[in-house]
Structures are given as C-alpha cells and as structure tokens.
Design a binder for this molecule. Structure first.
Ligand SMILES: Nc1ncnc2c1ncn2[C@@H]1O[C@H](COP(=O)(O)OP(=O)(O)OP(=O)(O)O)[C@@H](O)[C@H]1O
Length: 245
C-alpha cells in the first residue's frame, strides 16, 4: 500500500489552472523529489496535500485512508508532516519549546515527555546546545534545521519538505543531506522534497516528479528525468532542448 496517494488533483484559482489532474504516489520509506520551474504548482500541491488549500477535484489517501476532507491538524496527527518555504517558528519561544510544540501534535503526552522527546530530536539533529536559546539568537541555517526538527517531533510517516536548502551555504546543505539520509534510514519515513538545488535532488531522490504549468510532464529516476527532452524544454525553453538533439 502507498504511504501517500494523490489522485487526479486539480486546483483552480479563478481562471488560473494551478494543477491539472496531477497524480502522485509515494511508497513507504521512498524519497521522491518534486521539481519544476517557478510557478509550476509545486507549493500548491503541497498545500493541497496538507489541507491548507482544498483541491477543486481529486482525492488524497495516507496509508490507504482517505484524508481529502481532514483538517490540516488531523492530517498531521494521521502522520503527514511538512516544512514551509518560509519558516514559521515561534520567535518568542526557545528552541526546545518550538520543538515541543511539534511533539504536542501527538496526543496524550505530559510536558516532561514532550520535553524529553524534543530534546532527543534536537540531539540527533546536532542542535542540543541551542535548546534553551531563543529562536532569535540562531543563524538562518540553524533556524531551518529547527523547523525540520519540529516537524520530526510530530513523528510523521510522510514528510513534505518545501525547499529546505534555500538560503543555506554549501556546508549547511551537505549537513542537511546527511541528516535527511539518516532520518530516512532510522525512521523509515517517506520524504517528498521540493527543491531547486538540482545537485541535491539528483543525489538524494530515488524518483523525480516534474511539474510544468500545473501538469506532470515527467516522472522517473534522476538520470531518466535529466535526459528527458520535455524536462529540458520546461527549464531551458524549446531552443535549448532542440540544440541538444
Ligand atoms: N493563493 C493563490 N491565488 C492565486 N494564484 C495562486 C495562489 N497560489 C499560487 N497561485 C498561482 O499558482 C501557480 C503555481 O504556483 P506555486 O507557488 O504552486 O508554484 P511553485 O512551483 O511552487 O513555484 P516556486 O518554485 O516559484 O515556488 C502560479 O501561477 C501562482 O501564481
């Protein structure tokens, strides 16, 4: 059974067709990258999957259960986690308190349990020394890592990441990739990554799905997708694709 299955997702904003009959299937533990030029519909698809935006038509299932009509909060509880392109940390709270907020999405935990869960997550992300610092004291790169830690504290089965490497320096991107590999190996969670950093996509993803103007134009291994003329056209324009063939 698929960990996540979105079928026939269409999303209209007035006259604009942001997504057109998009299918996305993610197997348990699989690492899928979702790529496409600016405005292709990637963030819109994540918003629909997480319930921030209702699809015009289409169906979403998590572990075989229809979640199309669940609230965002209930989807998180059901095991669907997500980070945002522009982070949303609580500035006035400490690092560990932010992560505790993530852990609190799981029912029935005492404050002491939330704190120890949050601390364990911070430790495995190499952030434990910042636990009691305010968010405002962190570098940009560390803030992004705290965002990832917070969603991990929700113990997702499927993790959706919206451009986690944006704004990170080379060393931080390497660190992020190593952490994502470790998370996946340890937690066996499925990951869907939206990313413009193609080097990262090619090194991490097992399967790549390409959107362009709201339509899925290609799907395959990183090597297959890189060699696909339709993908080249979408990124570089018809002229560049023809020049290669
Ligand atoms: N709330 C909205 N209202 C109207 N149009 C929207 C809304 N959200 C997105 N769009 C439009 O839908 C299309 C897809 O946008 P989306 O942000 O999903 O693309 P993207 O692939 O994530 O792009 P980027 O890589 O630049 O983040 C764009 O034309 C965008 O202008």
């Amino acid at each position: 059974m698929s960990a996540l299955q979105a079928t026939g997702i269409t999303k209209r904003f007035g006259g604009l067709l942001a997504l057109s009959e998009v299918d996305l299937t993610v197997d348990p533990g699989e690492f899928v990258a979702l790529i496409g030029p600016n405005g292709a519909g990637k963030s819109t698809l994540l918003n629909v999957l997480t319930g921030l935006s209702a699809p015009t038509t289409g169906r979403i299932a998590l572990d075989g259960r229809d979640i199309t009509r669940l609230s965002t909060h209930d989807r998180i509880r059901a095991g669907l986690g997500r980070t945002f392109q522009h982070g949303r940390l609580f500035e006035r709270l400490s690092v560990i308190e932010n992560v505790m907020v993530g852990a609190a999405n799981r029912k029935g935990r005492s404050e002491a349990e939330l704190r120890s869960t949050a601390f364990a997550q911070l430790r495995r992300m190499g952030l434990e020394r910042f636990a009691d610092q305010p968010i405002s004291a962190l570098t940009y790169g560390n803030r992004r890592m705290v965002e990832l830690t917070r969603v991990l504290a929700c113990e997702p089965r499927v993790l959706l990441l919206d451009e986690p490497a944006a704004g990170l320096n080379t060393g931080e991107v390497e660190d992020l990739m190593a952490r994502l590999r470790a998370i996946r190996a340890q937690d066996k969670i499925a990951i869907v990554l939206i990313e413009h950093n193609m080097g990262m996509v090619m090194r991490l993803a097992e399967r790549v799905v390409v959107l362009n103007f709201g339509v899925k134009i290609a799907e395959g291994t990183p090597a297959e997708v890189q060699a696909d003329p339709a993908v080249l056209s979408a990124y570089l324009g018809e002229g560049a694709a023809h020049a290669r063939h």
